[in-house]
Design a protein. Structure first.
Length: 94
């Protein structure tokens, strides 16, 4: 989750600086003008940070809950397998 958020942030900042330099200095167009391709790259970076980062957060929470449930099962094989069966049923149902 950390790497997805950091990668999106770095990509966004680089694209934002590039969009500002090209748009304002060279082309004399407004800051978020869609005619500037770097603005589109900036929006892509925003989406990477938001969507991929939040998806990674959700996956991390899901895996953490499975690990916690397996740890609490204390070696009983039926209880150890229960979180995996519930997760599998959720995947099939979705």
């Amino acid at each position: 989750a950390l790497f997805a958020r950091v990668a999106g942030g770095i990509y966004t900042k680089a694209a934002d600086i590039g969009a500002d330099l090209v748009g304002k200095v060279e082309m004399d167009i407004p800051e978020d003008d869609p005619r500037n391709p770097a603005v589109i790259a900036d929006n892509v970076g925003d989406n990477v940070g938001d969507v991929a980062g939040m998806g990674a957060d959700l996956f991390e929470s899901f895996v953490g809950s499975i690990i916690a449930a397996v740890t609490l099962a204390d070696g009983d094989i039926a209880l150890v397998m229960l979180p995996f069966w519930v997760s599998g049923a959720g995947i099939i149902a979705a």
